[in-house]
Design a protein around this ligand. Sequence first.
Ligand SMILES: [Zn+2]
Length: 324
Amino acid sequence: MDNSLIDQIRSANDIVDLVQSYIPLKHVGTNWRGICPFHNDTRPSFYVSQPKQIYKCFACGKAGNVFTFVQDYEKLSFIEAVKKLAQRVGIQVPERERTSVASTKRQQLIQVYKSAAEFFSQMLFEHGENALDYLKKRSFDPQTAKDLSLGYALPSQKALLNHLMKEGYGVSLLKESGLFGEYSGALQDLYRDRLIFPIHNNTGDVIAFGGRIMEPKENVGKYINSPGTELYTKGKELYGLYKTKYNISKMDYSLVCEGYFDFLRLYESGFSNAVASLGTALTEDQVYLLNRFSKNAVMLYDGDAAGIKAASGADWPASAKVCR
Ligand SMILES: [Zn+2]
C-alpha cells in the first residue's frame, strides 16, 4: 500500500469522530477528554487533540494517531487497521490480483454467513418458542440470546436455502458455504429445528455456526458444527472472543471454558472476560490468539479426566501463563 493512500485514509478519518465511536469524549478547552480505554482509568486521563489529530493518555502513556488507536483497541495489525479505516470512510484499497480473487470469495462467504445469522436470529424471536423455552428451562435470559445473536433453525429442509436464494445468492456459492447438505443433487438445510450459536472471528464477522437439538432424538447428534470453509478452521477460533476481547485485554486475564452454555452462564453472570474453546483441547492456535489480548488465562474446564488434562497446559507455548 503506498504512502499517499495511507495519508488519504488518515486524513479522511477525523480522530475525535473515530475515538467517539468507541468511547465518549467531552470537549475541554481546545481538547477532548475521556476515560482511557487502555488502562483501568478512574479519572478521565485520555486526551484527544483535533488540530494535531493525535491522542495521549496522561496516566498510562498510550499515545498515537487514528491507526494506532484502532490497532490497540481492536488488537489488529497495522494493515488490518488501515483497511478498517478505509472501509469506514468508503475508500477502496486495491488488493494484489491473486489475493483479490481470494478475498472476494471470502467477502462473499462473509455476506452469506451474515445473512444466515440475521435470518436465524429473526426466526428465534418469531418462530422459536421451543428454543426460547429450552433456554428458559436452563435458566437463561432471552436478553442473553439477543446479546449473543443466538438463533433458531426452522424444522424445514429449505427455509434457509429459500431465504438466501431470495436474497440473491447463487447456488454455487451456497454449495461452498457449508450451510447445506446435498441429497440426490438437491441442497438442503444442514441445521433443522436447532438452537443456533453463531461463531464470530475476533473482528466480529460470523464465520460458522453451531446448532444444538433441544430434545434428544435417536441417531441425531446433539450438535452440528459448520464444516471447515475458507472462513473457518475448527480449533482456530474462540467462541465469544469478539465480545470479550476488550475486557480480557483491560483485565489482563481470560476465563477459558469448554462449551457454548458455559460461556453463556459466565457472560450472563457478569464475567465479561470469558471465551469458550468449543471442545476440550485448547489448540496452540487458540492459545496464540488469546495471547494477543492477555497472557493470563484461568481454565474453567470440566472436572473429568479430559478436562483436567486439557487444563494442565502441558502442551502450551512457554509464553502462556496458566492459573488453575
Ligand atoms: Zn491510559
